[in-house]
Design a binder for this molecule. Structure first.
Ligand SMILES: Nc1ncnc2c1ncn2[C@@H]1O[C@H](COP(=O)(O)OP(=O)(O)OP(=O)(O)O)[C@@H](O)[C@H]1O
Ligand SMILES: [Mg+2]
Length: 155
């Protein structure tokens, strides 16, 4: 399936988009977030988390990963900003996290492209500051195609 592109998103629109996505996720889903500093990767993750019943999402930049307990599912929120390569990710147990069947959201996937799961939803956020955002969802794998089939297109 082709990418879905959402344009001219206000902050509230970004939140609605993240909530809508959260309703369609499955255990083990991997969200690969891309975008510049301040694009809204954490804001988007916070919206997904809210949909999972999680209220306290902050940036995991200095810890690399934060674990949250949602309604019957865990969210593993990674930030690869400080990582030069994937070695450190493996040292903190990346593979164990992937095996937990929670939902993984990872910021700064640009830095660890080589080790991302083959099947994933790539989420690219364009814009920063007061700009309206463009957010692109690109599915990799049939389960992610399925998430986007019939996905609402305006927010
Ligand atoms: N349309 C929008 N969508 C998302 N965030 C927006 C929007 N408009 C303004 N913002 C603001 O942009 C900022 C995005 O910050 P956020 O921490 O989510 O970015 P980030 O991509 O995670 O950055 P970093 O690379 O530092 O982790 C927030 O202050 C948010 O309030
Ligand atoms: Mg962030």
């Amino acid at each position: 399936m082709e990418a879905l592109v959402f344009k001219n998103l206000s902050e509230a629109d970004t939140e609605r988009l993240g909530l809508a996505l959260s309703e369609r996720l499955f255990p083990g889903a991997f969200l690969a977030l891309y975008g510049d500093l301040g694009a809204g990767k954490t804001a988007f993750t916070r919206a997904v988390a809210k949909g999972l019943g999680i209220r306290d999402v902050t940036s995991p930049t200095f810890t690399i990963v934060r674990e949250h307990e949602g309604n019957g599912i865990k969210l593993y929120h990674f930030d690869a900003y400080r990582l030069a390569d994937a070695d450190e990710l493996y040292r903190i147990g990346f593979e164990d996290y992937l095996a937990q069947n929670g939902i993984v959201a990872m910021e700064w996937c640009e830095n660890v492209e080589d080790v991302l799961p083959e099947e994933r939803l790539a989420i690219r956020i364009l814009g920063s500051g007061n700009d309206l955002r463009t957010i692109e969802f690109k599915p990799h794998g049939a389960r992610y195609d399925a998430i986007l089939e019939g996905f609402p297109c305006s927010f």
